[in-house]
Design a binder for this molecule. Structure first.
Ligand SMILES: Cc1cc2nc3c(=O)[nH]c(=O)nc-3n(C[C@H](O)[C@H](O)[C@H](O)COP(=O)(O)O)c2cc1C
Length: 201
């Protein structure tokens, strides 16, 4: 993974362990108050668009949910959802505004990965809570969840985004306040993990 340490988000991803992927329409839906989640969304789009393991014809489309409806999720095979946590464990404002729409979108058979932005030192008792809330909101639906991420390497007190055994976040946890120098590496490793999980489905 050392090839992918650094700030060059256009670096090519390593090939997944198996090469059988079908053409994918990937929709990335995010809400972002101060642009951090949006910047990561744009990096993901660049990285996946350059990924040779995604077949020709695959696409990655960004949707800022501030002005684009969640019903557009119906158009995609793979959904990547980006969310930040605000104000002591609250949802990012655009996700909050459209929260009731989540249950109205049919996610049956769709593959869903989540990434979150948070501050593990400033808000240690609520770190990445919104990721946990989004995970719970889609849990009743018959979708396929991928992209859980290890909790090792973080320092926080409590989080709704963690599995009951404490080993995993329900998605990639990024912290631009305290671990900004790890973001690009985590992103590259996570995207490679997603590709590997996809070929194993
Ligand atoms: C007023 C304020 C409240 C915050 N509350 C939390 C919180 O409860 N939990 C957390 O993990 N991060 C919290 N954060 C950190 C944000 O999630 C982080 O800055 C994130 O990168 C913002 O992403 P966005 O600009 O895309 O919305 C807070 C930040 C601010 C400024």
């Amino acid at each position: 993974m050392s090839d992918f340490v650094g700030s060059d988000a256009s670096a090519t991803l390593p090939a997944p362990q198996s090469a059988e992927l079908y053409q994918m329409n990937i929709g990335l839906f995010y809400g972002s108050t101060t642009c951090y989640t949006q910047i990561v969304a744009e990096k993901i789009q660049v990285l996946l668009s350059a990924d040779p393991s995604l077949p020709d014809g695959s696409s990655v489309t960004l949707h800022n949910i501030k002005d684009q409806p969640l019903t557009l999720m119906a158009d995609y095979d793979l959904l990547i959802l980006g969310i930040s946590t605000w104000d002591f464990g609250e949802l990012q404002e655009d996700w909050e505004a459209h929260w009731d729409d989540i249950s109205a979108v049919d996610l049956t058979g769709k593959i869903v990965a989540i990434y979150g932005m948070g501050d593990q030192l400033g808000y240690a008792e609520w770190f990445q809570d919104a990721v946990g809330m989004l995970h719970q909101a889609i849990a009743p639906q018959d979708c396929i969840r991928i992209g859980f991420w290890p909790t090792e390497g973080y320092d926080f007190i409590a989080s709704k985004a963690v599995t009951s055994d404490g080993e995993w976040f329900y998605g990639l946890a990024l912290d631009e306040e305290n671990q900004y120098d790890q973001t690009d590496q985590r992103l590259n490793v996570w995207l490679t993990q997603l590709m590997n999980e996809l070929v194993e489905l």
